[in-house]
Design a protein around this ligand. Structure first.
Ligand code: TXA
Ligand code: MG
Length: 329
């Protein structure tokens, strides 16, 4: 595996000889870890079934869980998905950015059925990450990229996280430091009658509803019929338990705090990590997976987490926390 350190301010990367080699690796069906604005992605050519199989294998991911195809523009997205009026509005408002649209799959799309897990829908996103866009454009391939972590574990927001989980499977990792948004994209399905929120994420539900001029339906979180097939209840699991809405710290626990309150037992915590001392939900989202990983490193007992307000990006934060806390199967 080759690590390419790329300063986020360096937008001249296409002139670097490594850019051409990364493109070649992708076209040859190899896996490359690429930073996006949300989390690191484990990217491969979405049109290459064997390469997509490599993603599932590397992550230890159940085969039924389809992948997001990342493209460089709305025009490129139209080759793969059928846009209705709502899709047009959302793409215009939020792309490039942390929003994924689930659309009817266009029959002529060359995305591998392994990437879409055989569904007649497709998840597409134009990421706001210049390197990811440039790779899709230069290779001419939509890039299938799940979060670059082992299946069921915490998403990687730094190159070191990704290397820990996936080094043996990577041809390259492009290391641009910590990602900025820090939680995955918001996923909206435009398949049924009503636009449906499949996964809260980097764009707040309220902002999506404002653009659509209507409310989003929230998909059920019932594991027997997960709405986004990969949204199994237990996910992002650290080694120890996760205890939500904590108002005190128990022996051996690490604490994930939010805001300035001091908790009983905090001085004895295995680690204290604050998502945002100022109570900013945006800052908290960007630090969430880093905090879970740090807390996981500090203790195998468990992690106590204080309540986080269920508004704006708080919805995505609480969704991830409740999955981390869910009973493991
Ligand atoms: O921010 C993100 O979205 C990151 C970065 C790398 O782009 N990617 C990401 O991918 O989080 P992943 O694979 O970890 O999560 C994708 C989710 C899964 O829960 C999957 O089930 C759902 O998208 N999904 C993919 N295709 C779908 C489809 N056709 N219908 C419904 N859900 C779909
Ligand atoms: Mg994931």
């Amino acid at each position: 595996m080759e690590r390419w350190r790329l300063a986020p301010s360096n937008l001249d990367f296409e002139k670097d000889e490594r850019f051409a080699r990364v493109c070649e690796a992708l076209k040859a069906g190899q896996l490359v870890a690429v930073p996006t604005e949300t989390v690191y992605g484990l990217a491969a050519d979405a049109t290459n079934g064997l390469a997509c199989a490599g993603i599932y294998e590397a992550k230890g991911r159940p085969q039924f869980n389809p992948l997001i195809s990342h493209v460089e523009s709305v025009e490129a997205a139209r080759l793969h998905g059928v846009f209705n009026e709502d899709a047009e509005k959302l793409a215009a408002a939020f792309w490039p950015g942390p929003l994924t649209l689930v659309l009817p799959r266009r029959e002529t799309s060359n995305v591998s059925t392994l990437a879409t897990a055989g569904l007649d829908s497709i998840a597409i996103r134009v990421p706001n990450a210049p390197i990811m866009q440039a790779l899709a454009r230069a290779t001419g391939c939509p890039l299938a990229a799940p979060s670059a972590n082992l299946s069921g574990r915490i998403s990687g927001t730094t190159a070191d996280d990704v290397i820990n989980d996936l080094e043996a499977h990577l041809a390259f990792i492009i290391d641009a430091g910590a990602t900025t948004v820090g939680v995955e994209s918001t996923i909206i399905s435009l398949i049924g009658e009503q636009p449906t929120l499949l996964r809260p994420g980097g764009i707040a539900r309220e902002d999506v509803e404002k653009v659509l001029g209507k409310k989003l339906v929230r998909a059920g979180t019932d594991d027997s019929a997960p709405a986004a097939p990969g949204m199994l209840t237990s996910h992002y699991a650290p080694r120890g338990y996760v205890r939500l809405n904590a108002s005190e710290v128990h022996e051996g626990e690490a604490l994930i705090n939010f805001g300035s309150a001091q908790l009983a037992g905090q001085d004895k915590a295995a680690a204290v990590i604050n998502l945002s001392t100022e109570g900013s939900l945006t800052e908290a989202a960007s630090r969430l997976f880093i905090a879970l990983r740090e807390a996981d490193k500090a203790t195998t007992v468990g992690i106590a987490v204080v309540p986080v307000p269920e508004e704006g990006l708080g919805e995505a934060i609480n969704d991830r926390l409740s999955r981390a806390a869910a009973p493991r199967t």
